[in-house]
Ligand binder design. Structure first.
Ligand SMILES: [Zn+2]
Length: 74
């Protein structure tokens, strides 16, 4: 994965996961600018995405973006 700040190469600096290993978080660090960021690995059909979309929608509304469409009900 490339750094979202400078597009440099990154390394994994740490890994955590849920008890059943369905969600894996990786702490990554840029080898160029030392920017540290988190990535998430989740199966495409996981319920994780329902909560993610809901939280993203609420954040965008809080930020005042009025053109964000409300997520569909499950
Ligand atoms: Zn970087």
């Amino acid at each position: 994965m490339f750094c979202p700040r400078c597009a440099g190469k990154t390394i994994t600096a740490g890994v955590t996961h849920t008890t059943n290993r369905s969600i894996i978080n990786r702490l990554r660090k840029c080898a160029e600018c030392e920017y540290v960021f988190l990535t998430v690995e989740v199966a495409k059909h996981s319920d994780f995405w329902k909560g993610y979309v809901k939280a993203l929608y609420e954040t965008e509304v809080e930020r005042g973006f009025s053109n964000v469409r409300k997520p569909l009900k499950p």
